[in-house]
Write a protein that binds this ligand. Structure first.
Ligand SMILES: [Zn+2]
Length: 171
């Protein structure tokens, strides 16, 4: 019996290694606290995120995204050939201001985890293509985040499922 223990231990380590190797997402340390905040909101609104997290390869900050007076890309989601999101990338320039970084990160996280398209071209919402004023969004942050979650496709479809279940129950 005593001889089996090391073997079991070796197998346990081996399988754990495989599981972790398949399910690892590289997350930039500067984005990790924001992702943790975002997931706390997902928990609050009952939105699952684990499966979607492990569909990603990286959540990263890059210095290769376009940067110009008119056409800076502060963040984007990168899709594979099947059109599925495989990475979330943020422009390093967004890290120069914590408020802008938070807004850009939540915008990109919401594309993936909340199934969002853009809400408008140019306005003061987190999901706008371009924010008219990052300052206004930051000043209104709690309300902005609440709106981001309760009007998201992921939240609305989860509520639809819930109400269908309750209709069945009534019948
Ligand atoms: Zn976007």
């Amino acid at each position: 019996m005593a001889n089996k223990c090391p073997l079991i231990l070796v197998f346990t380590i081996f399988f754990n290694t495989i599981i972790f190797a398949q399910k690892s997402v590289d997350i930039d340390g500067r984005l990790q606290p924001l992702l943790t905040d975002f997931f706390a909101q997902c928990d609050k609104y009952g939105i699952a995120y684990n499966e979607k997290l492990f569909q990603l390869k990286t959540i990263d900050i890059l210095n290769t995204l376009p940067l110009s007076e008119n056409g800076s890309v502060l963040g984007k989601v990168v899709r594979n050939s099947d059109g599925e999101i495989e990475s979330i990338v943020i422009n390093w320039v967004a890290t120069l201001d914590n408020e802008i970084l938070k807004i850009v990160a939540f915008h990109e996280f919401a594309h993936h985890f909340l199934d969002y398209k853009h809400t408008c071209e140019d306005c003061n919402e987190i999901m706008a293509v371009q924010n008219r004023s990052y300052f206004d969004v930051a000043r209104d942050w709690e309300n902005q985040v609440e709106q981001l979650f309760i009007t998201s496709p992921a939240y609305l479809s989860s509520r639809q499922t819930t109400s269908m279940v309750s209709i069945e129950y009534v019948n």
